[in-house]
Design a protein around this ligand. Structure first.
Ligand SMILES: [Zn+2]
Length: 224
Protein backbone atom coordinates (compact mmCIF):
# COMPACT_ATOMS: atom_id res chain seq x y z
CA UNK A 1 0.00 0.00 0.00
CA UNK A 2 2.95 2.23 -0.53
CA UNK A 3 3.64 3.13 3.04
CA UNK A 4 6.99 4.81 3.26
CA UNK A 5 9.27 5.13 6.18
CA UNK A 6 9.44 8.71 7.35
CA UNK A 7 13.22 8.47 7.31
CA UNK A 8 13.16 7.89 3.59
CA UNK A 9 11.38 11.07 2.84
CA UNK A 10 13.70 13.92 2.33
CA UNK A 11 12.63 15.66 -0.77
CA UNK A 12 8.90 15.40 -0.84
CA UNK A 13 6.81 18.18 -2.28
CA UNK A 14 4.76 20.42 -0.04
CA UNK A 15 1.38 21.22 -1.38
CA UNK A 16 0.84 24.94 -1.62
CA UNK A 17 -2.78 24.73 -2.41
CA UNK A 18 -4.01 23.15 0.76
CA UNK A 19 -4.92 19.77 -0.61
CA UNK A 20 -7.75 18.01 1.20
CA UNK A 21 -7.46 14.71 2.96
CA UNK A 22 -10.13 12.24 1.94
CA UNK A 23 -11.13 8.66 2.50
CA UNK A 24 -13.71 7.89 -0.12
CA UNK A 25 -15.44 4.69 0.86
CA UNK A 26 -16.27 2.30 3.66
CA UNK A 27 -13.18 0.64 5.11
CA UNK A 28 -10.71 2.95 3.37
CA UNK A 29 -7.77 3.87 5.55
CA UNK A 30 -4.59 5.89 5.48
CA UNK A 31 -1.59 6.21 7.71
CA UNK A 32 -0.74 9.76 8.64
CA UNK A 33 1.02 11.89 11.17
CA UNK A 34 -1.14 14.53 12.83
CA UNK A 35 0.72 17.81 12.56
CA UNK A 36 0.17 19.05 16.08
CA UNK A 37 1.77 18.61 19.46
CA UNK A 38 -1.45 18.49 21.45
CA UNK A 39 -5.16 18.54 20.59
CA UNK A 40 -5.16 22.26 21.46
CA UNK A 41 -2.89 22.94 18.49
CA UNK A 42 -5.53 21.93 16.00
CA UNK A 43 -6.94 24.81 14.03
CA UNK A 44 -10.56 25.51 14.85
CA UNK A 45 -12.50 28.25 13.10
CA UNK A 46 -15.96 29.69 13.10
CA UNK A 47 -16.88 29.97 9.45
CA UNK A 48 -19.69 30.67 7.04
CA UNK A 49 -20.17 28.78 3.82
CA UNK A 50 -20.83 31.03 0.85
CA UNK A 51 -21.17 30.44 -2.87
CA UNK A 52 -18.88 32.36 -5.21
CA UNK A 53 -18.95 31.71 -8.95
CA UNK A 54 -20.91 28.55 -8.35
CA UNK A 55 -18.34 27.18 -5.90
CA UNK A 56 -18.81 26.76 -2.21
CA UNK A 57 -16.17 28.54 -0.16
CA UNK A 58 -15.50 29.01 3.54
CA UNK A 59 -15.11 32.48 4.96
CA UNK A 60 -14.16 33.44 8.50
CA UNK A 61 -16.89 34.76 10.70
CA UNK A 62 -15.86 38.18 11.99
CA UNK A 63 -17.40 37.81 15.43
CA UNK A 64 -15.65 36.62 18.52
CA UNK A 65 -17.60 34.97 21.29
CA UNK A 66 -19.90 37.55 22.85
CA UNK A 67 -19.70 40.05 19.99
CA UNK A 68 -23.00 41.56 18.86
CA UNK A 69 -24.48 39.98 15.76
CA UNK A 70 -23.84 43.01 13.56
CA UNK A 71 -20.06 42.70 13.91
CA UNK A 72 -20.28 40.20 11.06
CA UNK A 73 -22.41 41.05 7.99
CA UNK A 74 -23.05 37.36 7.28
CA UNK A 75 -24.29 36.66 10.81
CA UNK A 76 -26.45 39.78 10.64
CA UNK A 77 -27.93 38.51 7.37
CA UNK A 78 -28.80 35.18 8.96
CA UNK A 79 -26.14 33.07 7.24
CA UNK A 80 -25.48 30.06 9.45
CA UNK A 81 -22.27 29.81 11.46
CA UNK A 82 -20.36 26.58 11.54
CA UNK A 83 -17.46 25.44 13.71
CA UNK A 84 -14.91 23.44 11.76
CA UNK A 85 -11.68 21.81 12.75
CA UNK A 86 -8.92 21.63 10.21
CA UNK A 87 -6.51 18.85 11.02
CA UNK A 88 -3.26 18.97 9.16
CA UNK A 89 -2.08 15.52 8.27
CA UNK A 90 1.14 14.27 6.79
CA UNK A 91 0.11 11.52 4.41
CA UNK A 92 2.77 8.80 4.59
CA UNK A 93 1.69 7.44 1.23
CA UNK A 94 2.73 10.43 -0.84
CA UNK A 95 4.56 12.62 1.68
CA UNK A 96 2.13 15.50 1.26
CA UNK A 97 0.57 17.67 3.91
CA UNK A 98 -3.21 17.52 3.65
CA UNK A 99 -6.00 19.28 5.46
CA UNK A 100 -8.88 17.31 6.93
CA UNK A 101 -12.03 19.34 7.39
CA UNK A 102 -14.02 17.92 10.30
CA UNK A 103 -16.74 18.88 12.73
CA UNK A 104 -16.17 19.38 16.44
CA UNK A 105 -16.66 15.74 17.35
CA UNK A 106 -13.31 14.64 15.89
CA UNK A 107 -11.50 16.24 18.80
CA UNK A 108 -12.56 13.37 21.07
CA UNK A 109 -10.82 10.87 18.81
CA UNK A 110 -7.73 13.02 18.68
CA UNK A 111 -7.73 13.23 22.48
CA UNK A 112 -7.98 9.47 22.78
CA UNK A 113 -5.05 9.01 20.44
CA UNK A 114 -3.13 11.70 22.34
CA UNK A 115 -3.44 9.84 25.62
CA UNK A 116 -0.81 7.38 24.46
CA UNK A 117 0.86 9.41 21.78
CA UNK A 118 2.31 12.62 23.08
CA UNK A 119 3.28 14.68 21.13
CA UNK A 120 0.66 13.84 18.56
CA UNK A 121 2.89 14.06 15.51
CA UNK A 122 5.49 11.53 16.67
CA UNK A 123 3.69 8.26 16.03
CA UNK A 124 1.87 7.26 12.87
CA UNK A 125 -1.91 7.14 13.13
CA UNK A 126 -4.25 5.09 11.00
CA UNK A 127 -7.50 6.77 10.08
CA UNK A 128 -10.25 4.40 9.03
CA UNK A 129 -13.55 5.32 7.47
CA UNK A 130 -16.73 3.58 8.52
CA UNK A 131 -19.59 4.34 6.16
CA UNK A 132 -20.16 4.05 2.45
CA UNK A 133 -19.89 6.90 -0.02
CA UNK A 134 -22.65 9.42 0.59
CA UNK A 135 -23.63 7.94 3.96
CA UNK A 136 -24.53 10.81 6.27
CA UNK A 137 -23.61 8.75 9.30
CA UNK A 138 -20.06 8.09 8.18
CA UNK A 139 -17.62 8.13 11.05
CA UNK A 140 -13.88 7.86 11.36
CA UNK A 141 -11.61 6.30 13.91
CA UNK A 142 -8.01 7.16 14.64
CA UNK A 143 -5.95 4.14 15.68
CA UNK A 144 -2.33 3.68 16.61
CA UNK A 145 -0.67 1.51 13.96
CA UNK A 146 -0.30 -2.15 14.79
CA UNK A 147 3.38 -2.26 13.94
CA UNK A 148 5.17 -0.74 16.92
CA UNK A 149 8.54 -0.63 15.19
CA UNK A 150 7.82 2.61 13.45
CA UNK A 151 10.34 5.38 13.22
CA UNK A 152 9.31 8.34 15.34
CA UNK A 153 8.75 11.43 13.26
CA UNK A 154 10.21 14.83 13.97
CA UNK A 155 8.97 18.25 12.94
CA UNK A 156 11.89 18.53 10.54
CA UNK A 157 10.82 15.42 8.71
CA UNK A 158 7.18 16.39 8.61
CA UNK A 159 7.84 19.83 7.22
CA UNK A 160 5.45 22.74 7.06
CA UNK A 161 1.82 23.16 7.85
CA UNK A 162 -0.48 24.76 5.34
CA UNK A 163 -1.84 28.22 6.10
CA UNK A 164 -5.51 27.39 6.38
CA UNK A 165 -6.89 30.90 6.71
CA UNK A 166 -5.71 33.74 4.49
CA UNK A 167 -7.25 36.59 2.49
CA UNK A 168 -6.90 34.64 -0.75
CA UNK A 169 -6.15 31.19 -2.09
CA UNK A 170 -6.78 29.47 1.19
CA UNK A 171 -9.21 26.92 2.53
CA UNK A 172 -10.82 29.64 4.61
CA UNK A 173 -10.95 33.12 3.22
CA UNK A 174 -10.22 35.85 5.71
CA UNK A 175 -12.34 38.71 4.37
CA UNK A 176 -12.97 42.20 5.69
CA UNK A 177 -16.31 43.59 6.86
CA UNK A 178 -16.62 45.55 3.61
CA UNK A 179 -15.88 42.51 1.48
CA UNK A 180 -18.54 40.49 3.25
CA UNK A 181 -21.02 43.32 2.78
CA UNK A 182 -20.12 43.41 -0.88
CA UNK A 183 -20.71 39.66 -1.11
CA UNK A 184 -24.22 40.07 0.29
CA UNK A 185 -25.04 42.79 -2.22
CA UNK A 186 -23.40 41.46 -5.34
CA UNK A 187 -22.38 37.84 -4.76
CA UNK A 188 -18.68 38.60 -4.85
CA UNK A 189 -16.14 40.23 -2.58
CA UNK A 190 -15.79 43.39 -4.61
CA UNK A 191 -12.33 44.83 -5.05
CA UNK A 192 -9.54 42.31 -5.34
CA UNK A 193 -8.62 41.63 -1.76
CA UNK A 194 -4.98 41.21 -2.65
CA UNK A 195 -4.74 44.98 -2.69
CA UNK A 196 -5.91 45.19 0.89
CA UNK A 197 -3.23 44.61 3.46
CA UNK A 198 -4.13 41.68 5.65
CA UNK A 199 -3.28 43.52 8.79
CA UNK A 200 -5.45 42.32 11.62
CA UNK A 201 -6.94 38.98 10.74
CA UNK A 202 -10.33 38.79 12.38
CA UNK A 203 -10.04 35.12 13.00
CA UNK A 204 -12.49 33.68 15.43
CA UNK A 205 -10.53 30.94 17.03
CA UNK A 206 -12.34 28.48 19.17
CA UNK A 207 -9.28 26.95 20.70
CA UNK A 208 -7.40 29.28 22.97
CA UNK A 209 -4.43 30.44 21.03
CA UNK A 210 -1.36 30.56 23.27
CA UNK A 211 0.56 32.76 20.96
CA UNK A 212 -1.65 34.95 18.82
CA UNK A 213 -2.04 33.16 15.54
CA UNK A 214 0.08 35.90 14.32
CA UNK A 215 1.55 36.64 11.01
CA UNK A 216 -1.21 35.45 8.78
CA UNK A 217 0.51 36.35 5.62
CA UNK A 218 -0.14 35.67 2.03
CA UNK A 219 1.99 32.65 1.70
CA UNK A 220 0.44 29.35 2.29
CA UNK A 221 2.96 27.57 4.44
CA UNK A 222 3.93 28.10 8.01
CA UNK A 223 6.37 26.59 10.39
CA UNK A 224 5.08 25.12 13.61
ZN1 LIG B 1 -20.46 35.65 11.12
Amino acid sequence: MGRINVNEIDDYQISNSGEFFQLKDDGDSKIVHILAETPDDIDAFVIHKVTIDGKQRNVCCLRKAGDPIDYCPLCAAGVKQDVRLFLQLYDTEDGKVKVWDRGKSIIKDVETFFRRNNPLYKAPAEIIRKGAKGDQKTSYTIYPVADKNYQEATKDILGYKVEVCAPDKAIILDKTYEELESYLKSGNFGAVSGSVQPTQPQVSRVATPQAPASQKQQFTRRTW
